[in-house]
Ligand binder design. Sequence first.
Ligand SMILES: Cc1ncc(COP(=O)(O)O)c(C=O)c1O
Length: 377
Amino acid sequence: MNRKTLLALAEKHGTPLFVVDHDELRRNYKLFRRHFPRVQIYYAVKVNSDPAIVETFYDLGSSFDVASMQEFHTVHRLIAKLPAKQRQDFIWDKIIYANPIKPIETLRELDCYKPLVTYDNHEEVKKIAKHAPHAGLALRLRVPNTGSMVELSSKFGALPGEAVELIQFAHDAGLVVEGLSFHVGSQCTNPENYIQALHLCAGVFAEAASRGFSLKLLDIGGGFPAAYDDSVPKFADLAGKINHEIDRLFPEPIEILAEPGRLLVASAATAVAKIIGKAFRNDKLCYYVDDGVYHTYSGVIFDHCTYHLKAFKRGTPQLCAVFGPTCDALDTISLAEHLPDLEIGDYLYSENIGAYSAASSTHFNGFPPATVVHVNR
Ligand SMILES: Cc1ncc(COP(=O)(O)O)c(C=O)c1O
């Protein structure tokens, strides 16, 4: 985003500020669609659940991956005015409840919508059969997450070897398993994770078919990496490799779904913070700013992400640390930035901070989350 605009917005709205560029959201969505023409895009709402962002993707024709009732309602509000049949069709065709573990209360509330939900274990099947018997199922498989920035396979996913038995178990409980899903881990820069996951799924499709279960859909999850730096493989190359294997192993009419999150929103937001303190500690320049890891920079902790800070003013860069505003030493954005000599009241900004940032911001220590401003809506 243009620095002049950012500065003007910071002056106008105050800081900390989180600026979302909807043109960039649209560019990212179209990029994904262009490179994955066979794939139905389910935006993973958890990544940034701001209703304005969800609405922009809705306007583009996106489907949605939700993982809590609140996220479900964020999407549902957009379709609330549709005629009943259209609304129900939207839920069937365009929403997946992709949290393999669901509270009983959630299942009860979801049942009337007859949604597609994921599962990965026997206890979940029993719960779904009892409390949401009208749901369709996608079995989530555990797949390699090697090298991904955020690893998910230790928490979710059935082993491929137990998959067909879990499909049979769901069938015996009166449920229909429509297909498989997986997640290669977030910010996955290793294409092999996708390739191996597709091979594992193809094996399960074949074994399931031999037992009389015809699976119709494959959900390839999220993980598509944002271009945080030059080390990230080109999206076009990654998509080419994935598409090649999809077309070879999962011919039409098998439906292919994906749940991209980070790739769609990371580059669409910029954080602007103000310097509120300055000190020298152990001969190192330390800046204190009015946003931190309990707030927009929460991805430093939860997302294992590194954000660089840039200054609006020019000057000789020097090694410095940047801390957030709270009293906790954990509230450290970076111990190794290169910034010029700046004054209290000057602004710093971080680009590519749209994913897993504002979404996990807290009110810790009495500091509220950053003000969100939408541009190019
Ligand atoms: C089930 C599921 N789908 C999609 C996503 C989005 O992943 P990403 O942001 O890596 O695209 C996540 C993230 O944790 C997830 O858990």
